[in-house]
Design a protein around this ligand. Structure first.
Ligand code: SF4
Length: 274
């Protein structure tokens, strides 16, 4: 039986974000759960035997001292990627020293929220200029979410920018599972982008999988986890305290049980399997 894939995210600013994208369940207005550089979370995850993670949020670039956090984390973990909305990215050139891939969310939902928050921003050209002009040494990947077919002009324009970019090395397009866009329409949009531009890579469609669980760890040791059930609905399970578990196996086993999934767990990506 295929193992259940999981992805483990550490949340340096919890769900704190300065944008308010419509429908986002991560945004939070309070800066109350910033990760400290000597954190129990990191020690616990290492004791459990985790060796890789991603950095999520909220917006991690809003941490007061993200570089110090990444310095510490990257000594113990392979930090596969960091997720950001990209505003102010040029002030964080150090990211390339600690993170394998910088994943920038660019889509119509972020455009609306960013223009509302930062009047005058040229979107997405300002974000793409930061990515290119400042020469990040690491890979940049774009993540987009598509909600409806009316967004096609935006994605065509974005594809033109990405085709000219030196640093963008990948682009994933997700279907908003709460929107009315059908799988067929979504796959047609992805195929149209792949057929129309000379990108150096294939844009990858991402279909929700029942065999995947995303696990998010917060600085107060609380845990959130997300999966899709058989009808494609998002399931969220929260746990209060990571420290109540004795081992990685016990922790993952409980998460799997609560999501109604059985079988062995495997982290979604390993350096060895690259
Ligand atoms: S930028 Fe990301 S975390 Fe912030 S509100 Fe938008 S979707 Fe949510």
């Amino acid at each position: 039986m295929a193992p259940i894939l999981f992805d483990l995210g550490v949340m340096p600013v919890g769900k704190y974000c300065d944008l308010a994208c419509q429908g986002c369940f991560q945004r939070e207005k309070n800066k109350n759960s910033f990760l400290a550089s000597k954190s129990e979370v990191v020690c616990l995850l290492e004791d459990f035997g985790f060796s890789q993670c991603f950095i999520g949020g909220g917006e991690p670039l809003l941490h007061d001292n993200l570089e110090k956090i990444l310095q510490g984390l990257s000594k113990r973990f392979f930090v596969r990627y960091l997720l950001t909305h990209g505003f102010g990215l040029a002030n964080h050139l150090y990211l390339g020293d600690y993170v394998e891939t910088i994943v920038v969310s660019i889509d119509p939902m972020h455009k609306k929220a960013m223009e509302r928050k930062y009047g005058g921003v040229l979107y997405p050209s300002d974000i793409l200029s930061s990515i290119d002009n400042y020469g990040f040494r690491k890979n940049i990947r774009i993540n987009s979410v598509v909600c409806n077919t009316n967004e096609m002009p935006f994605f065509h324009k974005l594809a033109q920018y990405i085709a000219r970019s030196k640093n963008v090395k990948g682009w994933n397009i997700y279907r908003n599972t709460n929107s009315k866009i059908s799988d067929k329409e979504y796959l047609r949009i992805v195929a149209e982008i792949n057929d129309s531009y000379g990108l150096d890579f294939q844009v990858e469609p991402k279909i929700p999988s029942e065999k995947f669980i995303q696990i998010l760890i917060f600085s107060d040791l609380s845990v959130e986890s997300y999966s899709f059930n058989a009808s494609g609905k998002l399931v969220e399970i929260d746990l209060e305290n990571l420290a109540l578990f004795q081992s990685k196996e016990e922790f993952l086993g409980e998460i799997g049980r609560l999501h109604g999934k059985t079988g062995a767990f495997s982290q979604i990506y390993s350096r060895e399997g690259k």
